[in-house]
Design a protein around this ligand. Sequence first.
Ligand code: 13P
Length: 255
Amino acid sequence: MKKNLVVGNMKMNPTSPAEFERYLDALEKEVKGKKFEKTEVVICPPAIYFKQFIDRKLKNVQLGAQNIFWEYQGAYTGEISSGMVKNMGAQYSMVGHSERRKYFGEDEEIINLKLKAILKSGLRAILCIGENIEERKRNQTVEVVKKQLREALNGVGAGKIEYVDIVYEPSWAVGSDNVPTSDEILEAKLIIKKILSEIYGHKAMERVRILYGGSIARCFVNQVCIDPAMDGGLVGRESLVPYEFIRIAETIDKN
Ligand code: 13P
């Protein structure tokens, strides 16, 4: 049976190794001796802190990258490849996050290149899709989700799709404390499943985890993850507080 997945996206936080060390102290305290029965827990800190994370040797928390470049190595100033991330000991990389789309102009073509690079290096991909506020107002959620998913997965073979975890994360719900209703999330999930079925067939579709992301907090987790029977969640701000993050993971693990 596939496990749930709870991912903490720390974004561009914290600002010093000392602060990250304190974060790790608190996280270690929360997870020590804890057994998540049916949930994988992943933290995606800034890559500059990977070594610190690895050195902690936390048994029940895995490491993920927030972003990678699609080439494996070479003259690409400032970039980090998926191979480097993998060789540091990470198991996951995010791709397609709405902040990458908004601030760095990442479009479907770039996201597709990055997704394929992630899979090629042997990492699992956490692919984020979802509509922005204008698209929501124009009632375009269905077509946006369809387009983003189809184009991101272009050229990803049936043998690889089970290494892709898909997050429905509408950008208007990110950092806002506005969350969709359970029905809206369920609807997005069914669209994602339908497209996966069309491309890869029913059996392969059933193996793909579909998560929710956007303002997940303890007070919303039932509405946005449990009620629509999501396979987990992508947590932003609340992942910066280990106590809250682990309570969210536990709630998802118990349901
Ligand atoms: P918040 O949980 O802070 O809304 O961020 C969500 C997010 O962007 C996770 O990737």
